[in-house]
Design a protein around this ligand. Structure first.
Ligand code: ADP
Length: 265
């Protein structure tokens, strides 16, 4: 707990004294700390690719000046690092946009089953690269919620991309759509979309922290795979904006399942 103490001199007539006022500023202090941590994280995440870029530019101007094979390889790495920065900036912008809109409820009726179908079709080439098969089960259209189409598309893209990335080569990703009059997580009618993968699973200690910005189970692996560490933070904000819930069910060795529940009137 953090208190701010102010002391003032008082004279009650009956005698003089000091009035001490203790104000609980714990939450203000926490918000300040979170903001400082966030800026430090963003700076670190941007500095890493920038340092690599500067290093390779210097090498290209110097030792690798006449080495065409090395130039080619270094330009490839530079391109990858520049794309990493681009993704980071894109995700930071998405996050700040959804945070700003969090209190405004979406008013359009959108078909989440159809959106899911189009997201999975768009990800087919990415899945094929890793030899992952993508399967959608349950209704494929006419499952309507009040929602923001672009944001729900982003939620499904992030979860499907993670399932493909972390599920592993040659495995299956199954996305199941179910509707119910009484979804337990919502205590009312809604739709659930569950992304099942057959990956290594996630240790219980990490699960509650996965939606924190920049939290990764294995930073090196996530970066190698092009991750920004912001995907699930974005998912959580968007789902909350839709008055929905995100649940993560996983055990090491058992694969993972990320479930979003969205209310339907
Ligand atoms: P990233 O850009 O690193 O993928 P995310 O916010 O999307 O960031 O995910 C945070 C972390 O959660 C990842 O770094 C990874 O360690 C873990 N994670 C996410 N999805 C899965 C999954 N399907 N299986 C195993 N681990 C996952």
């Amino acid at each position: 707990l953090t208190y701010e103490v102010t002391a003032s001199h008082i004279d009650t007539g009956a005698g003089e004294g000091v009035l001490l006022c203790f104000e609980d500023v714990t939450s203000l202090e926490q918000v300040g700390q979170m903001r400082r941590d966030f800026v430090a994280n963003v700076s670190h995440e941007l500095r890493t690719p920038l340092t690599a870029l500067i290093g390779f530019i210097e090498t290209l101007r110097g030792p690798a000046r006449r080495d065409e094979a090395a130039q080619d390889r270094f330009l490839g790495i530079m391109e990858r690092e520049a794309h990493r920065m681009e993704r980071l900036v894109r995700d930071l912008l998405s996050l700040s946009r959804v945070e700003a809109e969090e209190r405004v409820r979406p008013t359009d009726r959108v078909d989440v089953a159809a959106i899911l179908g189009s997201v999975l079709r768009a990800l087919e080439p990415v899945a094929a690269e890793s030899d992952v098969s993508l399967v959608q089960t349950g209704p494929t259209e006419d499952v309507r919620v009040l929602g923001d189409e672009d944001q729900l598309r982003q939620v499904m893209t992030n979860l499907a991309e993670n399932a493909i990335k972390y599920g592993g080569k040659g495995k299956q990703v199954r996305v199941e759509v179910t509707t119910s009059e009484d979804v337990a997580a919502l205590r009312g009618p809604g739709v659930e979309i569950a992304f099942h993968d057959q990956g290594p699973g996630i240790d219980l200690v990490h699960i509650p922290r996965l939606t924190e910005r920049f939290y990764r189970v294995d930073s090196h692996r996530s970066r190698e795979m092009g991750g920004t560490g912001l995907g699930l933070a974005i998912v959580k904000h968007i789902v909350t904006r839709h008055r929905g819930r995100l649940r993560i069910l996983s055990e090491p060795g058992q694969g993972s399942c990320f479930v979003i529940s969205l209310p339907m009137q």
